[in-house]
Every structure is written in structure tokens, then in C-alpha cells.
Design a protein around this ligand. Structure first.
Ligand SMILES: *Cc1c(COP(=O)(O)O)cnc(C)c1O
Length: 371
């Protein structure tokens, strides 16, 4: 008998799946590797989930399928963002990864090139490969400035741009995005997973550019990575196309209820987001300013920094050494060794004060043991 993988489509048989950051199951780790929030979600989330479990005498809601289009959540998202957005401008996903996948299903494939930058979110090339699509990769240089001309000249049907970018934390301005949008005829998908930590976002551009799609997630700023909710804002024609390729019940009841409760409590999130921004700016100042480590200006909830050892050297070997030293102390951060633009850097998610002190003390210990 042929091997089971011979039965799969050839492009799937040789597919390299996305590698998520490590999710350790034992306790005791300082986990700063996947940009989760160090703070819990709004207390209204647990209350909403209890209600959905029927604990308030309204039956057993889990017997029933969820709202297929997550309609109440679409309405709430439209209202929160303002700028004249309506329910028809919104689609909800099982995480924003679901939305990115829907975009690829609808706009990518063998007959339609898909663009993205490098470095950026490493799920995009995997989604392209699943659809047997062609990738157009536009590389940043070390300045990490947006290559506006190159993107505008691309013939991609959809171009994925992360802003603020991952893993650098560098945000692009609306003026830069408009320079692309004015000349690019494909869909520009701006992945705004980290926008709540940034000074600016692209929502106000939606009404002028029908080819702009913005994706958001509740996994980062809203401290709900475990609940899997994300959404896209776009022209109603784009939303209608995405709805055609969506699983009919793509967001479960508990997640819809949790997301509505979270988005209904902006006061809570203003406080924790403000705290994360202050923590970020403090440690960025310490490492970039006081230690003199080259660090990109972050408008996200992580810091991408190029460590120097006690002799003042930086580079891939130094980054790897510090990564492994921190790992041996049960501090988990992210290292991207596969490309020259990222290999001498480390990405540290912004954690609680205690977690950040733990990282900094470990860095000091590492500097002392140098030969
Ligand atoms: C975390 C992240 C996502 C994934 O969000 P989910 O809603 O958890 O699927 C998407 N894009 C970028 C750039 C991210 O960093």
C-alpha cells in the first residue's frame, strides 16, 4: 500500500506547518514568548460565560448552535470603532488567524499571487502554501521602513502587512499606508493585532479605500488568547465574499459571549493597556538607553532588541547564548534564528513588573558570567 501521505495532495504532503511559540504545561515559567497579556480579562467575561452556561436559570444554552454570523458581536464591533462603520463592515473569526485564512481562501490560490513583507507574521506563507498559492515576499532592510514603492508595484491580489509589525514592533503611519493604498489595486490587509498599543490605527481610512481590510484580535490587548476571537473590518462586498467561505458556525457560544463582554468594558482595558505601554517604555529605555542595545521603537506589547554581551559584542551567537541562558532559568522569550534581519535579536513580550524584573536580573547575571 502507498503511504498515507501519497494520498494527500502533493502540496499538502510537503507542507511545512506553522510553528507556534512553546506553550509549556508545567508551572514555574516566566512566559514572555507569545505576546499574551500578563493581566486577566475584564471580570465581566467570566460572568458572561457563566450566563451562557445557563447558571442564571435560562436553560441550557449550550444545547443550541451559536448565532451563525456572531451578529450581536458584529454590531458591537461596528459601534465601538465608529467612523460610520456598520454591521455589514464586520466579520468575526475563530481568532484572527481564522480571518486571515478566509482572506487567503477567497483572494489567494494558484491563480492569484499573495504578498507580504519579511520579517512579519510567519503564518502568512503557510496559509499561502495551503491554498497552493504564489508568494511575493518584500524584504525590509535594517531600517524597517515601509517599502512603499515595492508594495504599490506588486500585482498581488491581497497583500498582508502587519502594523505594528511583528516581531519588530515598528508601526507604519496612516500617511505611509495611504501612499500604498493610493496606488495598489489589490486588497491591502493591515493586520492590526497590536494596534491597541500603538499611537495610530487605520480605521479612519476604511471609508476612503474600499480595498483596505483591517484585522484585529482579542488575543493580545484583551487578554483572551484562550477564547479565540478576532475580526475584520472592510467594505461590505469584501465581507460578503469572506462570509461565503466561512464555516457557518465558526465562533462558539462561549467565545461570542466572552468577546461581547470584553468589548463592552473599555474602561477596564484602558487601564491594563496603559500599564503595559508604561512597562514597555520603561524597559525599552533601560535596555536601549542605559545598556545601549539597538532596539526598534515598539508600538506593540513586545520589545525586539539586539543584546550585547559583556564585551560589547552583538550578533546571532550572542542572541542565541542569552536566549539559552534565559531558557535555563525558566524564562521563555522568542528567538528567530533563520534570517539575518532577525538572528541577532530577541523578542521579549511585555509582562508584569515582576516578570520584567526577573528578565532584567537574569540579563545582569548573564553579563557577569561572561568569560
Ligand atoms: C497574535 C497574532 C495574530 C493571531 O491572532 P489570533 O486572534 O490569536 O489568531 C495575528 N496576527 C498577528 C500579527 C499576531 O501577532
Amino acid at each position: 500500500m502507498s503511504s498515507l501521505s501519497d494520498l494527500a495532495l502533493p502540496h499538502i504532503a510537503k507542507l511545512h506547518a506553522y510553528t507556534p511559540g512553546l506553550q509549556p504545561t508545567e508551572p514555574g515559567w516566566v512566559k514572555l514568548n507569545t505576546n499574551e497579556s500578563p493581566y486577566g480579562p475584564s471580570p465581566r467575561v467570566a460572568e458572561a460565560i457563566r450566563r451562557e452556561l445557563g447558571e442564571h436559570a435560562d436553560g441550557d444554552p449550550l444545547r443550541l448552535y451559536p448565532n451563525p454570523k456572531s451578529t450581536p458581536l458584529r454590531q458591537l464591533v461596528a459601534k465601538i470603532h465608529g467612523h460610520g462603520l456598520r454591521e455589514g463592515n464586520v466579520i468575526i473569526g475563530n481568532g484572527s488567524d481564522d480571518i486571515l485564512n478566509l482572506l487567503m481562501r477567497a483572494f489567494g490560490g494558484p491563480a492569484a499571487a499573495t504578498g507580504f513583507t519579511f520579517p512579519s507574521y510567519s503564518l502568512y506563507p503557510v496559509l499561502v502554501a495551503i491554498q497552493k498559492g504564489m508568494s511575493q515576499v518584500i524584504e525590509f532592510d535594517r531600517s524597517m521602513k515601509l517599502p512603499v514603492e515595492k508594495i504599490a508595484a506588486s500585482n498581488a491580489h491581497a497583500f498582508f502587512l502587519t502594523s505594528p509589525n511583528a516581531p519588530t514592533g515598528v508601526a507604519f503611519t496612516n500617511a505611509e499606508l495611504e501612499a500604498v493604498l493610493a496606488r495598489f489595486s489589490g486588497l491591502l490587509v493591515v493586520d492590526e493585532a497590536y494596534a491597541p498599543f500603538a499611537r495610530e490605527n487605520a480605521v479612519s481610512l476604511l471609508k476612503r479605500y474600499p480595498n483596505l481590510v483591517i484585522t484585529r484580535t482579542l488575543s493580545k490587548a484583551h487578554a483572551l488568547a484562550g477564547i479565540r476571537v478576532g475580526y475584520a473590518l472592510a467594505h461590505p462586498d469584501v465581507i460578503e465574499l469572506l462570509d461565503r467561505v466561512r464555516d457557518s458556525y465558526n465562533v462558539n457560544r462561549l467565545s461570542q459571549a466572552a468577546a461581547c463582554a470584553a468589548l463592552g468594558d473599555p474602561g477596564y482595558y484602558d487601564v491594563i493597556i496603559g500599564k503595559i505601554i508604561r512597562t514597555r517604555d520603561h524597559w525599552l529605555g533601560e535596555w536601549a538607553g542605559r545598556r545601549g542595545w539597538f532596539t526598534y521603537e515598539s508600538q506593540s506589547n513586545f520589545i525586539f532588541t539586539e543584546p550585547k554581551n559583556a564585551r560589547g559584542e552583538s550578533g546571532p551567537a550572542v542572541a542565541k547564548e542569552l536566549y539559552e541562558f534565559l531558557l535555563s532559568r525558566k524564562i521563555l522569550i522568542r528567538y528567530f534564528p533563520s534570517h539575518a534581519l532577525t538572528a541577532s535579536f530577541l523578542r521579549i513580550s511585555v509582562g508584569s513588573d515582576d516578570e520584567m524584573f526577573a528578565v532584567n536580573s537574569a540579563i545582569e547575571a548573564w553579563l557577569k558570567i561572561a568569560p
